[in-house]
Every structure is written in structure tokens, then in C-alpha cells.
Design a binder for this molecule. Structure first.
Ligand SMILES: CN1CC(C(=O)N[C@@H](CCCCCC(O)(O)c2ccon2)c2nc(-c3ccccc3F)c[nH]2)C1
Ligand SMILES: [Ca+2]
Ligand SMILES: [Zn+2]
Length: 364
């Protein structure tokens, strides 16, 4: 009956800082925080704010950021020379970091207080930042900060990362503990950034076998990715029995991404979010990469609708950014990837078998 259904409804909290999309990495840089403004705008135009509690989060304090990052790194961030072209020091970089990290920390606290079942922060998910080093467009690792917060209450936290790049900063931070299991699906060929994420990176000391890497080749398609994702996640959750989950939804694993080379549709990417949601375990959802801005906004809007169990009209609502979505103005455009699928069945079965073998060490 509706009372029961309404009683069981998932409580979703949405964290969006009004100013977080107004920063600029620089002319030729692929990272466009403006994608966050577009996403939030679409979410509101579809009326999804009526299905969630909306929060304007406060910024992270220096002390909170120093929970993970070293002071000589963080306090002199603006003095760092640009770390190559990847990590430019731009106007307002401190504010930007404090805003996106503050939202992830606030979201973690909301889960700890059981104020929500699912918390969303699309501005977060900056998985490459290290304790004392900016890397891959990431300066402060909000995921590590949020996970450290969750560990103050939840005994075991599972981290899942569907960005096309390896979640190296998060894996490194928790490589030697059995309280966090990190699982990253990513392109791996020895050259692709960041170069880590080999299947043999299984963790060390107390954390041995608690780091799972799923290395993939170019061009993986919807069916193969979703099949492998479900196989791995079912086994990981069955074995690790996490008390909370952090899901990084990097949208550069979509077809046609400016930096990516997978062939996923927005529906398949969203299917991964649905698979995690269906476990009904306290869930923190963050963003990540994503460089074809119109599709990042579509993807994270669609995934917000998945998290609030709401169907969206295929025709985008009229909105002031309409031109970004031409010529189709649809929610699910056909993202015909340009790369051949180099993941044959044998390769995928072998990866699956290696992951299952690794997890069996934890059953023992
Ligand atoms: C010395 N060489 C530069 C290193 C390198 O190849 N870096 C990657 C970095 C890719 C970062 C991906 C970030 C992310 O999507 O994973 C993300 C961002 C936020 O959360 N997740 C990269 N930089 C670029 C890039 C940088 C500046 C300008 C144009 C570019 F194409 C593309 N890919 C090696
Ligand atoms: Ca990944
Ligand atoms: Zn990425």
C-alpha cells in the first residue's frame, strides 16, 4: 500500500554549493567546473528537488583538509608551480577545494547521523589527489576526507569508482587497512593516466586483498561493462559486507568523452548506480571526471533520477542552457563511441576469475 511504500522510500539528500561551478582551470584545460552548474540546472528544471532534501553545504575548514593532506603541501598550494598542465593554480583554487570537499564531508556527516539513506555531491569525486601532491586535476581528495569521516561511525566502508581513470589517490590512502575496500574499474594499458591500477595491486599488510582493480581496454560496451560490474560488485559486497558505500561516478567512461575511450551509454552508466542503490546500504554518491560537458550534465541528472526512483521525460525541459544540448535536446542521445571494443570475452572472463580468486582469500 502507499503508506508502506512511502515508509520505505529512500531518503535522498542533495548537496550543491551555488558557487562551485564558477571556477575556471584555464582556456585549454579539459576540466570545466561549469558542468556542475549545468547539472544542477537540469536537476532543478526536471523538478527533482521536490524528491530530495537540498543543502547548501558549508566549506571545509583548513583543519578538516589537514585531516589527510600534509600542511606543507596544502598551506602552500598557491605557491606550487603548476603541476605540469594538469593542475594549474587558478583564481579561487582554495575556495573551490573548500567548497567541493566541504560538501563531501557534510554529506558523510548526514549519513552518520542517519539523516538520509543516500547523499549526493556531484562536485566531489576528485580521486587523484595525494596526501602531499596535486594530481590529475585534483588538489584536495574529498573522497578520502569523506571516507575518514564515515570511518568514525561505520566499521567497513566500500569505495567503488567508475571513472575511466584509476582511483589511485583513494586506493593509496587505504592500501594497508581492511576497514576500507577500494574497487576501481578503469582503462589500463601501462600508459594511460595515472598508470596504476594493475590487477595485481591487491593491497598490503592488513589491507592485503582489500584493494580490487578491474583493468579494461578501449571500447568496452554497455553489456560487457554492466555484466562485469554486477559480477564484481555482488562478490565484493557478499564478501566484504560494507556498512557504508562511497560511489565515484566519473562520467569520462561514457562514449564520446573528450578524454575517454570507452563506449558506455548514459543508461549503462546509470545501471551501475542502480546496482549499488539496490543493496540499500548507506550511500555517498560523488562525481569525478567527465569532459564532454553536455553529457556529464545529462548523465548526473539521469543518475539523480535513478537515486530518487523517478522517471524523466526523454525531451529535456526548456532551460537557459538549452543550446548546450543541441541538436537533439534529448536526455539519452546516441553516444556512438569511435573506438573498437578491445575487450574480448576471454579477457573479461579472465579478469572476472582473477577478482573472484582474490576475494576468496577473504572468505578463508
Ligand atoms: C605528463 N603527462 C600529463 C599526464 C597526463 O596524461 N594527464 C592526464 C590527466 C587526466 C586526469 C583525469 C582526471 C579524472 O577524470 O580522473 C578526474 C577528475 C576529477 O576526478 N577525476 C591528462 N591531462 C590532459 C590534459 C591536460 C591539460 C590540457 C589538455 C589535456 F588533454 C589530458 N589527460 C602525463
Ligand atoms: Ca575508475
Ligand atoms: Zn577520469
Amino acid at each position: 500500500n502507499t503508506r508502506l511504500a512511502s515508509h520505505n522510500k529512500t531518503r535522498v539528500a542533495y548537496f550543491h554549493d551555488e558557487g562551485v561551478g564558477n571556477y575556471h582551470y584555464g582556456e585549454r584545460h579539459p576540466m570545466k567546473p561549469h558542468r556542475l552548474t549545468l547539472t544542477n540546472h537540469l536537476v532543478l528544471q526536471y523538478g527533482l528537488h521536490e524528491k530530495m532534501e537540498i543543502f547548501q553545504p558549508r566549506r571545509a575548514t583548513d583543519d578538516e583538509i589537514l585531516n589527510f593532506h600534509s600542511s606543507d603541501y596544502y598551506e602552500k598550494l598557491f605557491q606550487q608551480f603548476n603541476v605540469g598542465d594538469d593542475c594549474p593554480i587558478f583564481d579561487g583554487i582554495y575556495d573551490f577545494c573548500q567548497r567541493y570537499a566541504g560538501a563531501t564531508i557534510e554529506a558523510s556527516r548526514k549519513l552518520i547521523a542517519n539523516g538520509a539513506d543516500i547523499c549526493i555531491n556531484w562536485s566531489g569525486g576528485l580521486h587523484h589527489a595525494k596526501k602531499s601532491e596535486a594530481s590529475g586535476f585534483c588538489y584536495v581528495n574529498d573522497i578520502v576526507l569523506g571516507t575518514l569521516e564515515l570511518l568514525r561511525y561505520f566499521p567497513r566502508v566500500l569505495y567503488v569508482d567508475i571513472d575511466i581513470h584509476h582511483g589511485d589517490g583513494v586506493q593509496e590512502a587505504f592500501y594497508s587497512t581492511d576497514r576500507v575496500m577500494t574497487v576501481s574499474f578503469h582503462k589500463y594499458n601501462g600508459d594511460f593516466f595515472p598508470g596504476t591500477g594493475h590487477i595485481d595491486e591487491v593491497g598490503s599488510s592488513l589491507g592485503k586483498y582489500y584493494s580490487v582493480n578491474v583493468p579494461l581496454r578501449d571500447g568496452i560496451d554497455d553489456d560487457a561493462y554492466v555484466w562485469l560490474f554486477k559480477e564484481v560488485i555482488d562478490a565484493v559486497i557478499g564478501t566484504f559486507q560494507p556498512s557504508a558505500i562511497v560511489l565515484q561516478c566519473g562520467a569520462d567512461s561514457l562514449g564520446c568523452d573528450r578524454l575517454g575511450c570507452f563506449n558506455l551509454s548514459i543508461r549503462a552508466h546509470g545501471r551501475c548506480v542502480q546496482i549499488i542503490k539496490n543493496f540499500n546500504i548507506p550511500l555517498l554518491v560523488v562525481g569525478g571526471g567527465g569532459y564532454t560537458v553536455r553529457n556529464v550534465a545529462r548523465c548526473w541528472t539521469y543518475e539523480t533520477s535513478v537515486l530518487v526512483d523517478t522517471e524523466l521525460d526523454e525531451n529535456l525541459p526548456p532551460n537557459e542552457y538549452r543550446d548546450f544540448f543541441k541538436p537533439d535536446y534529448k536526455l539519452h542521445p546516441h553516444l556512438k563511441g569511435r573506438v573498437e571494443n578491445q575487450n574480448d570475452r576471454n579477457y573479461l572472463l579472465k579478469v572476472r576469475e582473477r577478482v573472484m580468486e582474490q576475494l576468496r582469500y577473504l572468505d578463508a
